[in-house]
Structures are given as C-alpha cells and as structure tokens.
Design a protein around this ligand. Sequence first.
Ligand code: BG6
Length: 487
Amino acid sequence: VAVDPFDLVVFGGTGDLAHRKLFPALFRRDHDGQMTEPTRIIGVSRKEMDKKAFKAEVKEALETFVSAEELDKAAVTRFLARLDYVTLDATGEAGWSDLKDRLADGLDRVRAFYLATSPDLFDAIVHNLRDHSLITPKTRVVLEKPLGKDLESAREINAAVGDVLDESQIYRIDHYLGKETVQNLLALRFANVLFEPVWDSAHVDHVQITVAEKIGVGARGGYYDTSGALRDMVQNHILQLLCLVAMEPPGELDADSLRDEKLKVLRALKPIGDATVRTLTVRGQYRGGAVDAKSVPGYIEELGDGAASNTETFVALKAEVQTWRWAGVPFYLRTGKRLPTQVSEIVIQFREVPLSIFGAAGGFLAPNRLVIRLQPDEGVKLYLMIKDPGPGGLRFREVPLNLSFADTFKVRNPDAYERLLMDVIRGSQALFMRRDEVEAAWMWADPILEAWSRLGQPPASYTAGTWGPSAAVALIERDGRTWHEDP
Ligand code: BG6
C-alpha cells in the first residue's frame, strides 16, 4: 500500500548500516511502488561530499547489497532521483541551516529523522533539531541500537531525547521485531487455538532461544569490543524474542497493549547476580578455527595488533520468568559469533506424557517439541510421535510436521528494515521499543555485567566453528536436557 509523500533524513547516511540495510530496504519499498512523489531521502554526515558523489555511493551500495534481478534500471533511477545530501556537524553549527532549507517546502509531510549514528550523538542531534526548528508536528525520530551500554547510559539517552520529543515520536529500533518470522510468532500463538492452552509451565518443560552466527566481528571490532554478546544481542534481540514467547495475550494489537505485555515479562525476569552468575551464565570468546572448512582468525587477531580483550563473543544463560504461567520453566538462551552454522530458532520443549500405556516394548516416547525457525530456512516444525509403519507391533518414531515458508509461499521475505522503515512513516510504533522496555531490559542485564566484572574471569576460549565453550553444553546438560539440533 502506497504511503503519502515523506521526507526521511538519515544521519550516518554514509555509514555501514545505511549502505548495507537502510538504502537497500528503501530502494525495495520504492521499487514495489510504496513511495509516492515527491518523497525525498536526505543523507547526512560530516563527510564533505556533494549530491552527485552521494548518489554514486548509494548506487554502489545497491549494486553490492541488492540482488541483480531486483535492480531494474528504471527503479534505480527513480530511487536515486529522490536522494539528496547535506554535510553537517552533528554537535556543531555547520550544515543545520542548509538542512532546514532543503526541508522547507515539506512542512506538512511526515518528516522522519533516522539516527544511524553512535548513540553519543543522539543528545546533540535531537537538541540541534529543536534549536534549528526542524521539528514539526509530523516529526518522528528513529534511534538505532545500541541504546546505551547500561541502564544509566540508556536513561541518559532516553532523557535527552525525551527532553525534545514526545514518546509517541520516538521509534527505538530492534530490527528483530521487523523480521517476518518474528511477527509470525504472534500469529502462531494468537491466531491458533492449539497452542495457548499448553503454553505454560504445566505443559512446557523448557524453552531454548538460539541466535547463532558464522561471521566474526570483522571490521566492527571497535564497537564490538566495548559491547560483547550480552549487550549486542541478548539485552535487545533475544530478550525481545523471549518476550514474544512468554508474554500474556495482549487485549489488542495496538502498540501500547503489546508493549505493556512485553514489559511485564522483562520485569518478571529473575535477577542474576553475584550469587548465581557462575551457575547461570557462560561467557566465551572464539580463537582461530575453521568455519565451513575455511580457516578463520580468532577474535583477538581480528581486533588487531597486540590487542588484549576480555569481551565475550558468546554467551549462554539460563533465565527464568517469574510469573504464574512460567515459574520454574528454564529459558536457555545462547548466542555467539563464529559458530558452526547461522541459525536463529526458538524451541518449545513440551513435557512427557503423564503415563506411557505402551510399556517397555513401545520404546522411548520423545516429548513433543515445537521448533520455530526464524532464519534461515524459515519455518515451523512440530515434532510428534507416530507409530512406525509396519506389522511389527507398536513401535514409535519421532517425526516433524514441517511447515517451510519457502515451500508454502513463493514470495521474497522482506528484510526487517523494509517493514520497520515503513512503519515509521505510517506512524505505527508496535514493533518499536518503548522507553520503559529498554530500561527494564538493562535492569536485568546490568547486574550480570557487574557480576562478571567483579568475578574478573576471562571468557572461556572456544574454537571458531564450534558451539561455544563446553561449559555452555554443561549449562543445559546439568539439568538433564540438551541443546536442540535438527536431526
Ligand atoms: C546486530 C548486531 O544488532 O544484529 C550484530 O549488532 C549482529 O552483531 C546482527 O550480527 C544480527 O542480525 P541478523 O539480522 O543478521 O540476525
């Protein structure tokens, strides 16, 4: 559905995220006819560059990050014609009046500012927007992650931005919420009657959430080394997934009803601190190894000359949601770089049947397991026990009911940013994090980070291309369970 013309200003417009994700996503939306004239997209950064050079840069980014068959020439030309560029000093005076002039004729359009910069600049940017009278009633500001590095810095960012803008104008991105399959979690849970009655501690033994990546930190070491896996992936993406799995059904699907329910989950997370951090968490850091039979350097080598670092590139945790629905059900969470495979999935492991009526001859009855595969090979598998075919008596076998999205729908899965950028323009905040959510997530993460730092132990080393340190396996096996692996 086409949206009304808008102005979008991308701070950090020459950066990695803009090239890899934002411009490709905007291009695709334009390509599919969602943008109407005279929509404008203005890149902003402190780099001295003219419009022509900026367009050339974006064209190159599209050629790199959008597949050749999607890049039809007319669509590229139309998209590039929307672009403009302003050199601007986020913390100083230079460029702001120039930006104001460019936007002057768009006063009644939606005006979105996308802050794809370091969060250190958010305060200065929003205040400059205000001081240069760039904020209109239809202004929205999008904040890219990381939203701080702990509760205090997140509060500072939220306070600075809240000083200038109303919460209804603030869009805090967690791009996992824009993933098609993540939204499908809502459909699975609340558009089917099957699951909800068994979605609780009486029927669910435990939940696993894995977000595994094959890539290392590569050129992002500068940022990553100040962050680590807990801040980079768990505090935001994985906790958001956990919220969607664990929350109560919202009364409606408006932004606040949904976010109210997620907030309750975050606030119900059992704190992990000094007393429990050793048993409930595992930190790891990759050393050199091989991924897909190709040898890859270790994290420290990637950081460069003489670096030393205790930053974790892998984390596994046993979390718990202290509500009536979930008390006592472990949520095993793990994420890491340089793991053997790229996969994000959620596993709901159900309990065993109360009594096997088949006796020893039937063999082991594997309890049901629902595997929601977020990426790649998106789909849902429900593992059931069935009778092994044949005349030889009652023997059972575990077989998945397998729903593959690629086989079922022959359409391209849109990138998360396509959906989220258009939600900003449409004014839909449901898939963005509210201030209190971000802060509640830090409230849980902070004591873990502090306990790690007091413990003073380096992360356990793991070979690139393996599933993290052996302690991560022990974390779940100690409880008589195992990490799910597709058979
Ligand atoms: C980002 C993290 O938020 O998410 C990266 O900063 C990570 O470290 C990325 O690689 C993963 O996103 P996706 O969409 O590739 O799963």
